[in-house]
Ligand binder design. Structure first.
Ligand code: X8Z
Ligand code: ZN
Length: 682
């Protein structure tokens, strides 16, 4: 333990030194003695605190206006504020790197300076910084403007062989080519059970989003890496990982996943059985990986939409949404109920500004801007939620999720600006989802009178519990495998470059998620580019960490509330003890490191991420899945040559091998060796 801490500290110290020496040309010319250095740093941080909060407030106001009313004028105003904020960020960065951190003994001052110096890309210099912002916005524009032609059953067989790009197709359907990702494509992928239709939309979305930005993405890789090097990192992946305060982070996430994998393999096996039943063995091999297009989501990142498909009998879940409607729930009542949940555990109510300024229902001008979000206006009083709320169980849970973000903003509002966030990017989502686990569970819904099932049934090992656990598992487990594959891919291309990046994408999807593309994929494709977070330069491993962490937080709050019984039946509603821990953790913001905060959360028992609470939560489901899967040929998936041939760069896109057959065989053999659970190979 101690050597590891020393290693982390020395790496952090060395990195700071590298940054400081690399930008020595930017240093202020006067040599400051130690005292001046310290007092100037304190003064700088004091000014920064005020100016950064004001800047943040102006940006949030302009972004809010645009989100509520997406006029060109509001968009221009927003861009102006965002540009000013970037300029301010780089000025502050230049000033912060001019201080000699090694002579500053006060750890909080050093930590705050580090939070300005380490992240970001200001080290690139003005021109390249501008170019990087430009290439990212080009990729976002392409993604946001992508529109797809509707599927026509008659075209489907041709589509499978890519001829949908034929002039005939374009000529016939161009006038109708207006399907957007949201809401149309998302809904079709969730609800359609017609394989050719799903295959068509899966391919069409990738055709529109990937290849057009492939070259731009390569320039992005190059610039992001240059920036990372200027900030003292090996590459941009190294810089992204540094946010997690764990020098072994690359391997830590693998270790966590290895513990979850047996449960995940049981889930995959059960899901495959249902898919074979519906689509037949010509679509899904009985021992093979799962085709990515029939899992109820454009990216196969969560599979909850196919719950009804994989269940062999009728659902036992009572209709909570129907009950909410019967009881006259409205979006406002859902927010009031969420507020009452927080006050019941001793957290404060929402401020008048919240009720005055938030948007709970979709307005006409908001078309296309319906993703729920929680906003911090950086002035310690103005916090809001924007949500196109529908009276459904799903949105009931979402409302609590978003309000947890607001509670977090309120709780850490007393910290300096630089600490007004979680200690790493996963905390916000982890806390919000820990509350979601509590309020979406059958026991809480029963307490609110939305479920009439007797307590004895809810506490037993009954189908209603299994169905609840299965729906949560379909949501969380494939998502963990997906986020790990996505981020490992991104770290790989940052480190090794873009050669063979599409094949690498599918190698990792197969390794972690056990899925394959529905059709051949070649170097001309760029399938990772079909995901917004990739082309818009957003961290994704936070979702993996947040999933582990949310069960840890949930379990601790349950412990504090003196819960007895299976973990998934815990509801800490009205527990002041749980509320106290929650607010203790929230109030710290980023003033403590993640490991210090875990120690606070667990009252000293551990400072590490742990998957035990997650495994504990799903234990009844795991036993049930083992029983359901007892006659299956394999638990998990076995990969054959034909699976790798779908994305092997040396095999043509239809899976046919060419003159290079012997080489392919050797490569495939190597691939198979690599995929046998040797997870330490990067
Ligand atoms: O991007 C989001 C949210 C904002 S944090 C809309 N999510 C990820 C995604 O869509 O891929 C939520 C789940 C994961
Ligand atoms: Zn959230």
């Amino acid at each position: 333990m101690i050597p590891k801490i020393l290693l982390v500290l020395s790496i952090v110290w060395l990195r700071t030194q590298t940054v400081v020496s690399q930008i020595s040309d930017l240093r202020y010319t006067e040599t400051e003695d130690t005292n001046d250095n310290l007092s100037n740093a304190i003064q700088f941080l004091r000014d920064f605190d005020r100016e950064a909060a004001e800047m943040c407030n102006r940006v949030a106001n302009s972004e809010w206006k645009f989100a509520i009313n997406g006029t060109e004028f509001n968009q221009r105003r927003m861009r102006e504020q965002q540009n000013l904020a970037s300029k301010f960020e780089c000025l502050s960065w230049r000033r912060a790197v001019s201080f000699d951190s090694s002579t500053i003994v006060d750890s909080s001052i050093r930590r705050q300076l580090g939070r300005i110096v380490q992240p970001g890309r200001c080290g690139l210099g003005e021109d390249k910084y501008g170019e990087l912002s430009h290439v990212i916005s080009l990729m976002k524009d392409n993604y946001n403007n992508a529109k797809i032609c509707p599927f026509s059953g008659g075209q489907s067989t041709m589509i499978g062989s890519d001829s949908y790009r034929s002039s005939n197709y374009v000529a016939t359907y161009s006038t109708y080519c207006d399907l957007k990702l949201e809401p149309e494509l998302v809904r079709i992928m969730e609800s359609s059970r017609v394989e050719p239709e799903l295959r068509y939309y899966w391919m069409a979305w990738r055709e529109k989003t990937g290849p057009p930005v492939k070259n731009t993405f390569m320039r992005y890789l190059d610039l992001a890496n240059q920036a990372a090097e200027r900030h003292g990192f090996n590459d941009a992946g190294d810089q992204m990982r540094s946010l997690y305060d764990d020098s072994e982070f690359f391997f830590s996430v693998n270790d966590l996943w290895m513990r979850i994998q047996p449960l995940y393999k049981q889930l995959v096996t059960f899901v495959r059985k249902g898919l074979v039943r519906h689509y037949g063995e010509h679509v899904v091999r009985r021992d093979g990986p799962l085709p990515a297009h029939i899992l109820g989501n454009m990216w196969a990142q969560n599979w909850h939409s196919i719950l009804n498909l994989i269940q062999s009998g009728p659902s036992e879940m009572p209709d909570v949404t129907g009950e909410m409607i019967r009881q006259g729930y409205t979006p406002l009542k859902m927010f009031q109920t969420a507020e009452e949940f927080f006050t019941s555990i001793g957290l404060p109510p929402m401020a008048p500004e919240f009720w005055r300024n938030s948007v709970f229902q979709k307005a006409n001008e908001m078309y296309g801007q319906c993703t729920a979000s929680a906003w911090d206006f950086c002035n310690k009083v103005d916090f809001r939620i924007k949500q196109c709320t529908q009276v459904t169980l799903e949105d009931f849970v979402n409302t609590h999720h978003e309000m947890t973000h607001v509670q977090y903003y309120m709780q850490y509002a007393g910290q300096p600006f630089l600490y007004r966030e979680g200690p790493n990017p996963a905390y916000h989502e982890a806390l919000a989802n820990a509350i979601s686990l509590c309020v979406g569970g059958p026991v809480h819904l029963q307490k609110l009178g939305l479920l009439s099932t007797p307590v004895s049934v809810l506490n037993g090992n009954t189908m209603i519990n299994i169905e609840y656990l299965l729906s949560i598992a379909l949501d969380k487990l494939p998502f963990m495998a997906y986020s790990l594959a996505l981020e490992k891919w991104r770290w790989y291309v940052f480190e090794k470059g873009p050669v063979g990046m599409n094949a690498r994408w599918w190698e990792l999807r197969l390794r972690y998620q056990g899925i394959i593309p529905p059709t051949g994929r070649g170097f001309e494709h760029f399938d990772a580019g079909a995901k917004y977070h990739v082309i818009s330069d957003q961290d994704y491993i936070k979702y993996f960490v947040a999933t582990v962490l949310q069960f840890q937080i949930y379990s601790e709050l349950c412990l504090a509330s003196h819960h007895v019984g299976p973990l998934h039946t815990c509801d800490f509603y009205r527990s002041r003890e749980a509320g106290r821990i929650l607010s203790d953790v929230m109030q710290q913001g980023a003033a403590l490191s993640s490991s210090q905060l875990l120690k606070l959360l667990t009252r000293g028992r551990t400072s590490q991420l742990s998957v035990e609470p997650l495994l504990d939560f799903f234990r009844p489901l795991e036993a049930w899945l083992e029983l359901q899967n007892r006659d299956e040929p394999i638990i998990g998936w076995s990969s054959r040559m034909e699976d790798f041939a779908l994305f092997q760069p040396l095999v043509d896109r239809y899976g046919r091998s060419s003159a290079v057959q012997p080489m392919i065989s050797v490569l495939t053999l190597l691939m198979l060796l690599l995929y046998s659970d040797i997870q330490f190979i990067r």
